[in-house]
Design a protein around this ligand. Structure first.
Ligand code: FAD
Length: 381
């Protein structure tokens, strides 16, 4: 039986990048996923994911985003695939909203190129967008969107090019670690390795029950609309946007980037579920609610065409978990991406490879330590 250096469980957004970076560093890698490559049953599908660097979620994320944007370009070069569309990004809302204050804080701290626009200037530059008179925006010209399906395909392609063995449609039902190695049981076989990486997405609650993180998996919906006049929604004229209303709702959307139309979604309207029991149907009242919410600021969005569900895996503070497992030194975990992980995919791959191969990383990841949820650890600090 082959003994691997490392087994990566989950080959979605994060696991595909981890498998690639590990193989690139000379590790003998086995990657395993329960579904076919580039599927739509997890968190990494729907054609587009916003990326931006004036990060309203906190300046601690910005160094990782600076590196991620370099790596998106590198993966594009190495595969010849177009993954990243830099159409610019508009973060809009009341001047004192977190969307504005958080974006400005990160932009100023790290000198991220940006402009502050008042409502009249937003209307002038982006004729599809209708802010309230008291709303403002931070415009980030280097923001845009990446392709989740393209990213998974590119990273799997690079992993295979560097010798990784990739098994799809094979479900892991058990894993264990010991002082001498790790063992993984799947629907087809048992495998052994020196180390283990788990990137299970929304399956974290079952595969990582002893991590001590109270994950909440949420059902989310992505919606596509067809404007009567699509021209002003083209990616060379229209930014990605993230909008916070005075009620604290947050919605976001994209330029038209596929024949399916213009995609929009709400960031907060998720309902708790599990990855295996999620309701995949989208209901009329949900379509009415998103039409009302987004239509209040994008009145020319047009006719609803289709919708698709997706999964968030939230941690209690919505910061990620990327670390060596506290109870299993041979296991590195990358999970709990809380609905904002995709833009980090290539740098997460690099961090996981550092943790597995070197035992540490120079990237700032203290924020992602699962010990922050451990009450005993908290008392000691
Ligand atoms: C609607 C929506 C919009 C989003 N928008 C953005 C955005 O604009 N910007 C942004 O940065 N992020 C965004 N995100 C978040 C981002 O997409 C996720 O953080 C990211 O995709 C998570 O990747 P992952 O690898 O953790 O999960 P996944 O890609 O789902 O991968 C997990 C993999 O593990 C596999 N797996 C699980 N259990 C097993 C098992 N037992 N055996 C074998 N395989 C297993 C699964 O099959 C799956 O392939 C959005 C997410 C959603 C749902």
């Amino acid at each position: 039986m082959t003994h691997y250096d490392v087994i990566v469980i989950g080959l979605g957004g994060m696991g595909s990048a981890a498998a690639y970076r590990l193989a690139q560093r000379g590790q003998r890698v086995l990657g395993i996923d329960q579904f076919a490559p580039v599927h739509n049953l997890g968190s990494s599908h729907g054609g587009s994911r916003i990326t931006r660097q004036a990060y309203l979620e906190g300046p601690d994320y910005v160094p990782l985003l600076l590196r991620a944007h370099e790596l998106w370009d590198e993966v594009e070069r190495d595969t010849g695939r177009h993954l990243f569309t830099r159409c610019g990004g508009l973060m809009a809302g009341p001047p004192d909203s977190r969307t504005i204050t958080g974006s400005v804080l990160s932009a100023e701290k790290f000198d991220i190129p940006h402009e502050l626009l008042d409502a009249a200037e937003i209307r002038r530059r982006f004729p599809t967008v209708a802010p309230r008179d008291d709303e403002v925006a931070l415009y980030e010209p280097g923001a845009g969107f990446v392709s989740p399906e393209g990213s998974v395909a590119a990273h799997l392609q690079l992993a295979a090019r560097h010798g990784a063995e990739l098994h799809h449609e094979e479900q892991v039902f058990t894993w264990s670690t010991s002082e001498s190695g790790v063992r993984v049981g799947t629907t087809s076989s048992y495998y052994t390795a020196s180390r283990l990486v788990l990137c299970p997405g929304a399956w974290a609650p079952s595969l990582l029950a002893d991590l001590g993180v109270d994950f909440e998996v949420q059902r989310q919906v992505q919606y596509w609309f067809e404007p009567a006049d699509a021209a002003p929604f083209a990616a060379d004229r229209h930014p990605v946007y993230l909008w916070e209303t005075e009620q604290g709702d947050q919605f976001y959307g994209f330029p038209a980037h596929s024949p399916q139309g213009v995609k929009v979604a709400s960031h907060y309207a998720g309902t708790p579920c599990t990855a295996d029991t999620i309701d995949r149907r989208v209901h009329d009242d949900e379509v009415r609610a998103i039409t009302r919410l987004v239509g209040s600021r994008l009145p020319k969005l047009g006719t609803f065409r289709r919708a698709a569900t997706c999964l968030y895996t939230n941690t209690p503070d919505e910061d990620f978990v990327i670390a060596q497992h506290p109870a299993h030194p041979r296991l590195v975990v990358a999970c709990g991406f809380s609905g904002h992980g995709f833009k980090f995919v290539p740098v997460v791959g690099e961090i996981v490879a550092d943790l597995v191969v070197d035992g540490s990383t120079t990237h700032p990841i203290a924020l992602f330590d699962p010990a922050r949820f451990d009450p005993a650890g908290f008392d000691e600090r």
